[in-house]
Structure formats: C-alpha cells, structure tokens
Design a protein around this ligand. Structure first.
Ligand SMILES: *Cc1c(COP(=O)(O)O)cnc(C)c1O
Length: 392
C-alpha cells in the first residue's frame, strides 16, 4: 500500500534509512562491526558517554528509580527536576527555567503560549532556515506566518513595518542562534535593532549554541553579550550537553504561564529523574572544563581551513557545523556513501531538510576528535572529492 511513495522517494534519491550504531556515542563508533569516525553527532563536547554523566544517572536511578510515573503537573515533578531548573535559571541568568522532554516539545509549548498571549492579530516572522520544530509549532497556532529569506534582516524589517506597524499586529520573530544546517550565526545585535520599532517579541532557539558559543558556553546570546537584552531563552540538553530534553529560561511569570498553558509540557510523562542528574553533571563539566570547548573550536578551525584549501565550498559557517555544499542529491548521497566505505560518517543532507539545489554533506565537529582522525578524514575527503570531480 505504501510502496509507491517509497519508490518515489528512492527514485529522487531522497529515501532515508536508519543506521544502527552498536557502540556508545564517541568520536569512533561501530556500525555493522566496522569502526567509523563519527562526523554526524551533535555531541559537540563529547559528554554523551562521559563517566561523570553516567555515574550521576546511575546514582539517581538507585535513589529514585527509573520512571517518573506521571506528568509534571500530577506526581511527576521530582526534586531533581527542580534542582535542574534552578541550575538552568542561574546558567541562563534568568529568574526561572522550565525543562521539557525535548527541544521539539519546548518549541511547541513555548510558541503556543507566546502566540496565545499575542493573539488576536498575532503575526509570526521566521527565518526560512528555521528548524522543523519551530515551523510545526507556528503552524499549530493559527497565527499568520511570514517567512523571510535566511538571515535577511532588511526583509524582516520591511515585513515588520508593513504588517506589524501598519496593521498594528503583535509580532513574534523566531530564529535560531546557530543554524543547524548552515552553521552560521544569527547577527542578534542587528536583529534587535531591526525589531525595535515594532516592539516585536524575539525567540532564539539555541539548540546548537548552548555549550558551544560564548566565552563560557552559555550560547549565542552570551556570544553577543546580550544577556540583559533578550529575556527569553530556549536551549536543548541533548546536543552539546550530551543528555536529552530542553529548557526555556526567562522571567518568573513566563515560566508559570508555561506550566499552566504549554500543552507539550502538561500532557506528557515527565522525563526520568536520572536525566536531570546527568544534565546537572554536564553543566558542572561545562563550567569547570573550558578546555573541552577550546578543543572543539581548535578541531573545527583545523578541519575547516583544510577543507577550504582542498577547494570545498563550506558556505558561511561560523560554528562547529561544517556544511560541504554539493548541490545535487544523488551526488551528495554518493559522496557520503564513498566516505562511509572508507570509515567516515558524514551524512548527506537533502531536501526537504535543506532547499533544493543545496544538498550537502554536513560535518559536525567534536572536542573528542583526535588530530590523527581529522588527518585521516581529510585524506579521504581529498580522494573521494577528486574521484567524483567535486574538487580539482
Ligand atoms: C535539534 C533541534 C531541536 C530539537 O531538539 P530535540 O531536543 O532534539 O528535540 C530544536 N531546534 C533546533 C534548532 C534543533 O537543532
């Protein structure tokens, strides 16, 4: 019954399949018994398999068991959830914070709640490259949505002045701190100036910025030193922090409102308390081992400069996400498969995740990559790129 759709995907080189990993999430993983160097993980700081996170989770399981048994508003709020939320508030330098089961849940609940406050006549403006969870969240509200070209603050300003100012709409601007497929950073100071006149609300999804950006890893808002200017933060715990889940940090009344309104917070079982114990351990490592972030950035600079000298188009990345633009989905897939055959896992990113004609490989750097692994990968990139005629 569903084979036609699958065949269509296959013929367009857009069929996706799962790749089973048989080992822990480290710089090298095992797939089908073979050792592969991993370049597709958001485990930027290498915390996912860190001894201290594992120990914290095991200790929590011994004391509190595994499951939370109910939603947060029933009996599912345990002391570890609250400890983590207090810690996240101080991490984000806000009055309060609330955790969600995932970044997807956080975006659904936060956008729903913000739009309900801004309705009727709410206008949402989102960067074209925004993550699917943001777009889905906006679509679920009945608010009007205008999408602006990626990073085009002039267009955003025009849209705000025609729609928000003249039609007297309340508006919400949605963007990412670090864009997950391009690796570029939103110029937040410029964005703030451009939304000032319309007094639009700003939501920055910093899934890829937390733990990576800023002088102490507090994210893109810290990177631009705007912690007092942007009151609402959203970040995830499953990427650089190596755990699972997400948080919204902000003023006390916003957090109380989320507890009362956000459906993705209310109508779901609370995450296991051990998740909070692991996240607390991850935050401690982030604060006490800045050398992890330094190593991540060293690895990133090394890989990026060498990919550029090989002649690859790495777009405008400013982060440890290194896109390698190929264009056509079939060649991108072929590239990724040849890398894989030589022990490198760098996924082919194709539409609908990225716009047509911009299929690319996406290399994610980690603090735990060894230089010898990077040198090996660069040799393979040179050979495969030449054999496919992508580089000279
Ligand atoms: C990964 C990601 C999310 C979703 O977070 P999960 O915790 O994985 O559900 C949301 N927004 C962006 C920009 C992301 O990259």
């Amino acid at each position: 019954m569903f084979t036609q759709s699958l065949t269509n995907l296959q013929e367009a080189y857009l069929l996706r399949t799962l790749h089973r990993t048989e080992s822990a999430q480290d710089a090298e993983i095992t797939i089908k018994g073979k050792t592969i160097i991993l370049f597709s993980s958001n485990n930027y700081l290498g915390l996912a398999n860190h001894r201290k996170l594992k120990e914290a989770a095991i200790t929590a399981i011994k004391q509190y068991g595994f499951g939370s048994g109910a939603s947060r508003l029933l009996s599912g709020t345990m002391s570890l959830h609250e400890q983590l939320e207090a810690r996240l508030a101080s991490f984000a330098k806000t009055a309060a914070a609330l955790t969600f089961n995932s970044g997807y849940h956080a975006n659904l609940g936060l956008i729903q709640t913000l739009v309900e406050e801004l309705q009727p006549h709410c206008l949402v403006l989102a960067d074209r490259a925004c993550h699917a969870s943001l777009i889905d969240a906006i679509r679920l509200t009945k608010a009007r949505l205008k999408v602006y070209q990626h990073q085009n603050t002039e267009q955003l300003e025009r849209l705000l002045s025609t729609h928000a100012v003249t039609e007297a709409r309340n508006s919400l601007v949605v963007t990412e701190g670090v864009f997950s497929m391009d690796g570029d950073i939103t110029p937040l100071p410029k964005l703030l100036t451009c939304i000032e006149k319309s007094s639009a609300m700003l939501l920055v999804d910093d899934a890829h910025g937390i733990g990576v950006m800023g002088s102490t890893g507090r994210g893109t808002i810290e990177h631009f030193d705007l912690e007092t200017k942007i009151p609402i933060r959203m970040g995830t715990l499953g990427k650089a922090l190596g755990c699972v889940g997400a948080f919204v940090a902000g003023p006390h009344d916003l957090i109380q409102l989320l507890i009362n309104r956000a459906r993705s917070f209310i109508y779901t079982t609370a995450p296991p308390p051990a998740f909070a114990a692991a996240a607390l351990a991850a935050l401690t490592i982030l604060e006490t081992e800045p050398e992890r972030r330094e190593k991540l950035w060293w690895n990133r600079d090394y890989m990026l400069s060498n990919l550029k000298s090989l002649g690859y188009n790495t777009m405008h990345t400013e982060s440890p996400i290194l896109p390698v633009l190929i264009g056509d989905p079939s060649r991108t897939l072929q590239f990724s498969q040849r890398l894989f055959a030589r022990g490198i896992y760098a996924p082919a990113i194709r539409p609908p995740t990225v716009p047509r004609g911009t299929s690319r490989l996406r290399i994610s750097m980690m603090a735990t990559h060894q230089q010898s692994q990077l040198d090996y990968a660069l040799d393979v990139f040179r050979d495969v790129g030449r054999s496919l005629g992508i580089i000279a």
